[in-house]
Design a protein around this ligand. Structure first.
Ligand SMILES: Nc1nc2c(ncn2[C@@H]2O[C@H](COP(=O)(O)OP(=O)(O)OP(=O)(O)O)[C@@H](O)[C@H]2O)c(=O)[nH]1
Ligand SMILES: [Mg+2]
Length: 363
């Protein structure tokens, strides 16, 4: 196994001592690329990162994973959110594997995963860190759960998640790197990238032994994000920062802690405070919407909505109802926010909105 840890540490120390400015940004970018390259070599030979997650079958309309230090209250929270019973203990590492539960909310079935706690060093294999971080990749949303009395832990959780190649709340960079056989590096941009000169791009690519490639940049990217694009295999997902055990703080203190952290929400899992708001936030962060199906000539079914991702089209709705509905599809009638008037006739590519009523007509 290639052990690059010492060299990586050296370069990281150098980075932390170098102030960032116009004059140093090229050098900093280069060092970051070197670190990423050393990490890649290390992972390829079996140390740190990568690894396989727990085997858990995805079910329902979306999957949420609870990530935090031991004893943050993940299992307690799983038990109040879902029908599951995961063991709760006043000591660290009570949960030793993945415990899935099902949260039913707004007609959606949301899978919630409780996993062992992670600690500093998780990404390179400490505790069950590697399995937890690998399992995270299969989730649609991550809840970073903090203990209100130990909120400093957020820094190392974020670092472990980042080191495992998971990017929380970052847009997917629109960058294409196409390797070719000769002619060097050509670079095209549709937006300015002040942190990323042509020279730095060429330097970073050569660190990864890429000497001939077409690069097209269509979104503003930083040096770190460009390295992500070279390495690939990054997982982008939304997150909620939730502070648990706020029952242990005074209301004033809780307010200050939440605003300093820019947290999404404070809760008490054991006292069941803030749980409904958390469910709402989970539902909307998964970008789920409800649509109500109506059969021609009948009233809409306002009992049970169909749950689908925001941005879905009539085609997606049809596919959810029946595998080969698309073939028989003639047109749809749509009432609601996505229609200009009630019962508007629409085709397969029409994008639907939350609470639309949809009538599908087939041949
Ligand atoms: N005061 C208070 N205690 C809580 C709250 N939620 C959980 N706890 C307590 O915190 C301890 C740890 O809770 P768990 O749910 O087992 O924590 P965990 O994050 O699953 O821990 P690991 O499985 O070890 O990673 C238990 O003693 C819980 O009773 C809360 O909202 N307030
Ligand atoms: Mg637990």
């Amino acid at each position: 196994m290639a052990d690059n840890s010492a060299r990586i540490k050296e370069l990281e120390d150098e980075l932390s001592k170098t102030p960032y400015n116009k004059r140093t940004q090229g050098h900093i970018g280069k060092v970051k690329a070197q670190i990423a390259r050393l990490r890649e070599a290390q992972e390829a030979s079996g140390g740190g990162g990568g690894g396989s997650g727990y085997q858990v079958r995805r079910t329902g309309d979306g999957t949420v994973i609870l990530v935090g230090y031991p004893s943050a209250g993940k299992s307690t929270l799983l038990n109040v959110l879902t029908n599951q019973e995961s063991e709760v203990g006043a000591y660290a590492f009570t949960t030793l594997t993945v415990i899935p539960g099902l949260l039913e909310f707004n007609g959606a079935q949301i899978q919630v995963l409780d996993v062992p706690g992670i600690v500093a060093g998780a990404a390179s294999g400490k505790g069950r860190g590697k399995e937890v971080l690998a399992t995270m990749r299969s989730a649609d949303l991550c809840i970073l759960l903090l203990d209100a009395t130990r909120t400093h832990e957020v820094k190392s959780i974020r670092k472990e998640v980042y080191d495992a190649g998971i990017r929380l709340d970052e847009p997917v960079p629109d960058v294409r790197i196409t390797k070719k056989a000769k002619d060097g590096i050509s670079i095209g941009r549709t937006v300015p990238t002040p942190e990323l000169s042509d020279e730095l791009i060429v330097d970073m690519l050569s660190t990864f032994r890429i000497f001939n490639a077409d690069v097209v940049i269509r979104s503003p990217v930083t040096a770190d994000q460009f390295i992500d694009c070279i390495r690939g295999n990054r997982k982008y997902m939304p997150s909620l920062l939730v502070v648990n055990k706020i029952d242990l703080l005074s209301p004033q203190r809780a307010e200050k802690v939440l605003s300093d952290l820019k947290a999404d929400l404070g809760i008490s899992a054991s006292q069941k405070v803030g749980i409904d708001t958390l469910k709402e936030k989970i539902f909307s962060s998964l970008h789920l919407i409800r649509v109500w199906m109506k059969e021609p000539g009948k009233d809409a079914d306002l009992e049970e909505p169909l749950i689908i991702r925001k941005g879905s089209t009539i085609r997606d709705v049809a596919a959810k109802i029946h595998r080969d509905f698309e073939r028989k599809f003639k047109f749809a009638r749509v009432t609601g926010d996505s229609a200009k008037f009630p019962n508007q006739r629409q085709g397969l590519d029409h994008v639907i909105a939350d609470n639309d009523i949809i009538e599908l007509h087939s041949r």
